[in-house]
Design a protein around this ligand. Structure first.
Ligand SMILES: O=C([O-])CC(=O)C(=O)O
Ligand SMILES: [Mg+2]
Length: 234
C-alpha cells in the first residue's frame, strides 16, 4: 500500500492540525459530511490528559494459539528471550519517523502490549504517542515518563504465551474506525479521532473555523468574568 510521504508533506499535514482539539476535528469531519466516521469508540481513553497530533503508523497482533511447554524457570528465561525475538516483537520500532503515532490492533487479547520500556524506545525515535484497542502496563512509569498513551484497559500481563506479532503498515480496526497508515490521528482528553489522509486539509480548515469561533466566544466570557486570558482563548 502506498502511503509514503516526504518529510515536507508530513510536516505540512501536521501543521494543519496544530492546536486543534479533538472536538474541533470532530466538527471538521461533520462539515465534510463525515458524521458517521472518525471518532474512535469512547472506551479508548487517555492514560493521562494531554493532546497529540500525529501520522498513523500501524501494527496488528493476534492471539497466540500454541501451548507453552512445561519447563524450568531457567529454561523459561531463555524461552521468553526467544519469544520476544521471534514471536512477539515490535518491528515497527525500526521504522518510526518523527511525528508518528503508533496505532495497535491487539485483537482483544488481555496483555499490556505497551509498557514503559517499548513506549519510551519509540518516543526516543520521535513517536508522539500510542493508541491501542487493548492494554497498557507499567502505567505509573509511563505517566512519570510523560508518554502519551490511549488504551482500552490497563493489563498486568506480559505478551509471551498470549499474543504474537502479525503485520505492520496495514489497515487496522480500532474502536469502530479503520486506521490506514498515513492517516492523521488527533487525541486528547476527549479521546481519539482519525482523519483519512485525502480529506485532511478540508477537515482541518473547518475544524480551525470552529476553534476560532469557540475561542472568541469564550474569550468574551473570560473578559466578562474578569479572568486572566489563557492559551485556550488566545
Ligand atoms: O514488554 C512489553 O512488550 C511491554 C512492556 O512491559 C514494556 O515494554 O515495558
Ligand atoms: Mg515493562
Amino acid at each position: 500500500m502506498s502511503y509514503k510521504m516526504s518529510r515536507d508533506e508530513r510536516e505540512e499535514l501536521l501543521h494543519l492540525f496544530e492546536g486543534l482539539r479533538v472536538t474541533d476535528v470532530r466538527d471538521g469531519m461533520d462539515w465534510n459530511m463525515m458524521h458517521h466516521y472518525g471518532s474512535v469508540h469512547y472506551e479508548i481513553r487517555p492514560l493521562w490528559r494531554t493532546r497529540v497530533v500525529g501520522i498513523a503508523r500501524t501494527a496488528r497482533y493476534i492471539p497466540y494459539e500454541t501451548f507453552v511447554p512445561q519447563m524450568s524457570p531457567e529454561e523459561y528465561t531463555e524461552w521468553v528471550a526467544w519469544y520476544y525475538r521471534e514471536v512477539c516483537n515490535d518491528p515497527w520500532q525500526a521504522d518510526i519517523e518523527p511525528g508518528d503515532i503508533i496505532v495497535i490492533d491487539q485483537s482483544g487479547v488481555d496483555v499490556g502490549i505497551l509498557g514503559s520500556n517499548n513506549t519510551l524506545a519509540g518516543f526516543a525515535k520521535g513517536a508522539r504517542g500510542y493508541i491501542t484497542n487493548g492494554g497498557v502496563r507499567d502505567t505509573d512509569e509511563i505517566i512519570i515518563q510523560k508518554i502519551p498513551v490511549w488504551s482500552k484497559f490497563i493489563s498486568q500481563k506480559m505478551d509471551q504465551g498470549r499474543i504474537r506479532f502479525d503485520a505492520k503498515d496495514v489497515p487496522v480496526s480500532i474502536g469502530g474506525v479503520v486506521v490506514y497508515p498515513g492517516d492523521v490521528v488527533v487525541a486528547d482528553g476527549d479521546g481519539v479521532i482519525v482523519v483519512p489522509r485525502k480529506i485532511a486539509p478540508q477537515v482541518a480548515k473547518y475544524a480551525r473555523q470552529e476553534l476560532e469561533k469557540d475561542k472568541a466566544a469564550r474569550r468574551r466570557l473570560y473578559e466578562q468574568l474578569g479572568w486572566e486570558l489563557d492559551d485556550t482563548v488566545k
